[in-house]
Design a binder for this molecule. Sequence first.
Ligand SMILES: NC(=O)c1ccc[n+]([C@@H]2O[C@H](COP(=O)([O-])OP(=O)(O)OC[C@H]3O[C@@H](n4cnc5c(N)ncnc54)[C@H](OP(=O)(O)O)[C@@H]3O)[C@@H](O)[C@H]2O)c1
Length: 375
Amino acid sequence: MPSNDWGKILIIQLGVGLVGSAVIDEVLRRAPIWRHRHGIALSHWAVADSSGFVIPNDGERWLAPDTLADISHARRAGHRLASFPTFLPSDQWRRVLEGAILSAGSADRVIVVDCAVGHATTEMLLATRATGAHIVLCNKDPLTGPMSQFHALRRLGTRGTLRLSGTVGAGLPITSAVMAAAANGDAILGLRAVASGSLGELCSAMSRGDTFPCALHSAVAAGYCEPDPRRDLSGHDVARKLLILARLAGFTAELADVAVESLIPPSMESLTRDAFLAALPSWDNHLRERFVSARESGSVLRYVGTIDADGSLRAGLSETRQDDSLAWGKGPENTFMLRTTRYDHYPLVIRGPGAGASVTAGAVVSDILRAAGML
Ligand SMILES: NC(=O)c1ccc[n+]([C@@H]2O[C@H](COP(=O)([O-])OP(=O)(O)OC[C@H]3O[C@@H](n4cnc5c(N)ncnc54)[C@H](OP(=O)(O)O)[C@@H]3O)[C@@H](O)[C@H]2O)c1
């Protein structure tokens, strides 16, 4: 996309929850600055929740800033987008995509930003890539379907781009490091990662001697967990992140190939969320022995995701020496240690906040600017 060309770039945003609302706020705040600096006006053409899209009024080429601010406020107040007068149900996504391309003047001036959850956005994303428009994702699910779908979304060497820095490490430069190594022939020898903010906080608290229920409550209270914390405890989220990194590194793998250790206490998988939270105090001793034994041997336990040189993938609790970089991260920090032919004896270590709506929205906005040729 030409960066010095005056023009409009239109965003279709899927998902307006914690991250999506923060993205809208940031675009509203920064758009005048980008316009002044780069001569490019970034505007939203449509915003969607799971029920459907809000699009511009007839004759308008994008959503007015006031409408966008109303959308963000309405969602924060718990209202659905269906109450907006220019609402289109979600099965009308083709019409929304074609409308954006028409209004922008060409597909390469359209960016579909997926801040939703789940696989339901995938069909629209695939169609978007086929037009030559851009995609920015923080939703991991479309990238963790079958390998063929991953390739179809990436479409390397074709028009348009796929940006995904918000999917792993909330914008920490690990996805770009892995992609660069794979592209320039620097063979990946292995990756070890603490890649979950919630499990990082849980393990830090239990290493200090907190019980499992206490440690989980502090991770929930800090806002690091999914509404049902078992989604974090299952290790599924770490497995999805590992799979994305492994695929970017050039390995062929499916989600089922990741060997995952679940930290959900036995028999608590099938309870309702409320029953699970109510029964938690009876699991005071859950995992305690493993944390105590690690401490007695001078180590700490961390929930570690691993990619081996042969592409095998696993995620689970691992005893880590106190001087290991993976043991240093505090609370929700993520740490990635990448070993390649060039970074062998001294691995590349990337550490920083790897969860939270604000840093994730920052990653999404940076990817929008990259897709728009402004970064
Ligand atoms: N929060 C973080 O720290 C973080 C960090 C990294 C990555 N992420 C990823 O970022 C994404 C958003 O996270 P979040 O915390 O903002 O989640 P959230 O608060 O639960 O918001 C999800 C949003 O997606 C919408 N949605 C669901 N299905 C949709 C569909 N098919 N089409 C359009 N919109 C749809 C939801 O609408 P309804 O309310 O109508 O269902 C809601 O607006 C997730 O995929 C998450 O894994 C989050």
